[in-house]
Write a protein that binds this ligand. Structure first.
Ligand code: KIV
Ligand code: ZN
Length: 517
């Protein structure tokens, strides 16, 4: 039986990056894009080209090397934005498959048109049509989104979609921008649009749901059940505010409940957990243990009755197999005796390319140092190690030179630290409520940054007491929020690295536009 395919449109690099503090460097985006291609997503929304020169550059680079997925740029419905998006995806148009897409959007709800755009309905329709026409100058693959479709009037939505399809749009996306919908009306909305819009059968219908009421996945699936054939989603459900629909949940629901949907996707599910871990490591957004599919406990059975059942017959309590979504595939890769070639080969297999022999040598030296402390090195360790490597190359304002922390029962924890600040070494010491507190205070007595620490979390990267601890800190200053990460077998050192990484991001990241502003 030939099942219809649902197109998986991943927007981790665009909507996902709109999560507070989740801004990614170009190298980080490249690594995620490679993993998304491996995962088999149909479309990678690589960014919003007009947002900043950095966003443009990332999309342009990703469009140059990704060949198995379509690379897309978001654009507001303005000539400048659409042309920037068109230029950014040009390298993808040079591949035999000409797989570059422009995704243009304009708000269609009264509240947005009157208060944000200050445009009439006629003006919005005209601009939407014009944006599609500009986009068609660059690619045949043009997606149009009606922002805040959830609160838009049905008659007006039909009018806009009639017009953009007539102008040549090939995908029509219906977003629940504010996460307001619930499954039944969302499904009905999709069905009504497909029934009423002219030439609805000539385009792909898409859904894009936010998770403000915790229903992004349910709403997306309701849209699919009513005719949507593209779902816009993100790894780990990352995204603006409460996030977007989570890719892994959408994909596994379609796969596991084929009896209901009778649909398929082209996702290689065994790449889901590696993708989840990579995105979590890079963005510093930990995955909650009870998160479906990718949470550490998603396949753990605690109750004796469940354990007994699973041992006797797995399907008694399991509807999916952990290995089918990529658990337990963290192959033991390298160890103390591994050489440079083995290291280089494994990085290549992981889709990590270092810019020069010098960068490879530096990374290899760090790997050797880690292998001295930790007998088994897994793929996750390599990702964390390389994240550190890319960060230290990207932003060098503060660097950890030396850290000594004393912590003992009955004594006040004390930290002594030496940092290199723009190449000049400075030392300081401080007491604190605990070793991490003392370390952060010592750093601050040098940096004087005035940041507020909003979040501090530690996760083990792999299992075992010699595992690396991965620390995430969220720092805010003057309305800007960044996440800093650091990994080390010593969690106090990992904490210092994370804090410095956050400070470096605050020093180095350029401002960029948010498309919805
Ligand atoms: O949530 C939203 O409406 C968006 C659009 C730009 C598609 O992200
Ligand atoms: Zn969105």
């Amino acid at each position: 039986m030939n099942q219809e395919q649902v197109i998986i449109f991943d927007t981790t690099l665009r909507d996902g990056e709109q999560s507070p503090g989740a801004a990614m460097t170009k190298e980080e985006k490249i690594r995620i894009a490679r993993q998304l291609e491996k995962l088999g997503v149909n479309v990678i929304e690589a960014g919003f080209a007009a947002a900043s020169p950095g966003d443009f550059d990332s999309i342009h680079t990703i469009a140059g090397f990704i060949t198995q997925s379509t690379v897309c740029s978001l654009a507001r419905a303005s000539e400048h934005d659409v042309r920037r998006a068109g230029e950014a995806i040009t390298p993808a148009m040079q591949h035999a498959e000409k797989n570059g897409r422009i995704h243009t959007f304009i708000a269609t709800s009264k509240i947005h048109m009157e208060n944000k755009l200050r445009m009439s309905e006629d003006q919005v329709v005209e601009r939407a049509v014009q944006a599609v026409k500009w986009a068609l100058e660059y690619t045949h693959d043009v997606e149009f989104s009606a922002e805040d479709a959830v609160r838009s009037e049905m008659d007006f939505l039909v009018r806009v979609f009639d017009a953009v399809i007539a102008a040549g749009a090939t995908t029509i996306n219906v977003p629940d921008t504010v996460g307001y919908s619930i499954p039944e009306p969302w499904g009905e909305r999709m069905a009504t649009l497909i029934k009423r819009v002219k030439n609805a059968d000539k385009v792909v219908w898409s859904t894009h749901c936010h998770n403000d009421l915790g229903m992004a996945v349910a709403n997306s699936l309701a849209a699919v059940a009513n005719g949507a054939r593209q779902v816009e989603c993100t790894i780990n459900g990352l995204g603006e505010r409460a996030g977007n629909a989570s890719l892994e949940e959408v994909v596994m629901a379609i796969k596991t409940r084929q009896d209901y949907f009778n649909l398929t996707t082209r996702i290689d599910a065994t790449q889901i957990v590696p993708a989840s871990k990579l995105v979590s490591t890079i963005t510093g957004y930990p995955v909650q243990p009870n998160k479906a599919i990718v949470g550490a406990n998603a396949f753990a059975h605690e109750s004796g009755i469940h354990q007994d059942g699973v041992l006797k017959h797995r399907e008694t309590y399991e509807i999916m197999r952990a290995e089918d979504v990529g658990w337990n595939t963290n192959k033991l890769t390298l160890g103390k005796l591994s050489g440079r070639n083995a290291f280089r080969t494994r990085l290549k297999e992981l889709g990590i390319e270092l810019s020069s022999e010098d960068a490879l040598n530096a990374a290899f030296a760090r790997f050797k140092a880690l292998a001295d402390k930790k007998s088994e090195i897994f793929d996750e360790d390599l990702h964390a190690l390389l994240s550190d490597e890319f960060d230290s190359v990207a932003s060098e304002h503060f660097k950890l030179v030396y850290l000594h922390v004393a912590s003992q029962t009955g004594e006040v924890p004390h930290a002594e630290i030496t940092l290199s600040a723009d190449g000049i070494e400075k030392s300081a010491q401080a007491d604190g409520g605990g070793p991490v507190d003392a370390t952060f205070k010592a750093i601050e007595s040098i940096a004087n940054s005035g940041v507020e620490l909003q979040l501090y979390s530690v996760n083990n990267i792999t299992s075992g007491t010699d595992a690396q601890g991965e620390v995430t800190v969220r720092l805010s200053k003057g309305g800007r929020i960044v996440n800093g990460q650091g990994a080390d077998t010593d969690i106090v050192i990992a904490s210092a690295k994370a804090y410095l990484n956050g400070l470096n991001k605050l020093y180095s990241k350029s401002e960029k536009l948010n498309p919805q502003l």
